[in-house]
Design a protein. Structure first.
Length: 403
């Protein structure tokens, strides 16, 4: 008979009461880690508050180089958490990892550095977006004319912590995995958008022709392709929009959907339509019932049955129209612009290719929004201890084997 020992992996949910802890008890705040480099040509990667998008890892939009050492140039280490102290209610925090060399940050941040065996950096970063921290910041700012907090305020902010650092680590890993998926989706969306932009440059100008088409393109004016309508019957009566409602209120600018209204009259059911801003020449493609914000909008439709509205809309996106004085442009200038266009069949074929690309991008954007919503739900559950993860453990099993 032999006695064999076997390691068995088991899992058990984390347990124990969570407790509130002050940041000063679990991390170092603004550690004295400044540059002493005196070389005037030495360059830092400088991260300023203005470059950070709320809630994104490495959210700065570009690298800004500054020379000459200064006590304001605080050298960052892998795992540092940057908490915005200027306009902290915007929650423009950042988790730093060392993909960028020689990185320093502005004094608009408090640098939070986790103490070993007391806190996990990414867990701390995630807690900065919790409602509890947001409420504490709002209380500090109450009655202040200048929306800022200082290091003394930061030290006293409390966050919920589990009793075991291993649970912090498990939560951080779970949230970091979701962030990895979100970053991958962002990169894929950007790639698909770049591919579409390249296709537009080729297909909409005739530099590349789709198979089966060879007829000469003809010079025409936009006014020969599109007819316009005034938006007056469809202007929303109240500017008090809601986040959800029966009818979207549109603008031609970046926002596109400003909000929703429950107004039942004056809804435009004539779609698809190009929603054109007469002052900025921005345009959007509407494929659903809508109302509009103001009389600055022109609604554009095919002038005859041999025009693909989607093709003309996409072609308009390539027009670099110079803006001057604040005035209306469509009737006086824009509709008189000349371009080369193919016959309807080729217009339709090009529009179909670009629409398929739009469909792929939209599907990815919807997946990104769904993943973001899942992450928000995870944060609400995991960062409050309402849902506990499982802790993997290894135990030894003694087994008697008969010969």
């Amino acid at each position: 008979m032999s006695n064999a020992k076997t390691d068995i992996q088991t899992s058990q949910r984390f347990s124990g009461e969570w407790e509130m802890k002050k940041l000063q008890d679990i991390l170092d705040i603004n550690p004295q880690n400044f540059s002493s480099n005196t070389n005037p040509n030495y360059k830092f990667n400088y991260i300023s508050l203005e470059q950070v998008d709320s809630g994104k890892l490495l959210g700065y939009s570009e690298e800004v180089f500054r020379t000459a050492p200064s006590r304001a140039q605080r050298i960052l280490r892998n795992g540092d958490v940057l908490m915005s102290t200027v306009r902290p209610n915007l929650m423009a925090h950042l988790f730093f990892h060392d993909q960028v060399p020689n990185a320093v940050c502005s004094t608009g941040f408090a640098v939070l550095r986790a103490k070993r065996d007391l806190s996990v950096p990414y867990f701390l970063f995630s807690q900065l977006f919790s409602q509890g921290v947001n409420d504490q910041i709002a209380k500090i700012l109450a009655g202040s004319n200048y929306p800022a907090i200082n290091s003394s305020d930061v030290k006293l902010i409390k966050i919920l912590c589990p009793p075991q650092i291993s649970e912090q680590r498990a939560i951080a890993e779970a949230l970091s995995d979701v962030d990895g998926l979100l970053n991958a989706l962002e990169a894929l969306i950007a790639k698909k958008q770049a591919i579409k932009q390249a296709a537009m440059q080729q297909l909409l100008t005739g530099k590349t022709r789709l198979p089966g088409f060879s007829r000469e393109w003809e010079k025409t004016k936009i006014s020969d392709l599109l007819a316009y309508k005034r938006p007056d019957p469809y202007i929303v009566q109240s500017a008090e929009y809601t986040e959800h409602g029966n009818v979207p209120v549109l603008t031609a600018n970046k926002a596109f959907i400003l909000g929703y209204t429950d107004e039942v009259s004056g809804i435009c059911h004539n779609f698809p339509a190009i929603v054109f801003d007469d002052f900025t020449t921005d345009s959007k493609y509407a494929t659903f019932p809508f109302k509009v914000k103001s009389s600055a909008i022109k609604l554009l439709y095919p002038k005859h049955e041999c025009v693909s509205l989607k093709y003309v809309f996409e072609r308009m996106q390539l027009i670099d129209f110079p803006l001057g004085n604040h005035k209306r442009y469509y009737i006086s200038e824009y509709q008189n612009l000349e371009l080369y266009a193919p016959d309807y069949d080729e217009q339709h074929a090009i529009a179909s290719v670009l629409s398929d690309m739009d469909g792929e991008i939209t599907a990815l954007e919807q997946r990104r929004e769904k993943t973001h919503a899942i992450k928000q739900g995870m944060m609400q559950q995991l960062l409050t201890g309402r849902v506990r993860l499982s802790e993997s453990r290894t135990c030894t099993d003694d087994t008697d084997d008969a010969d």
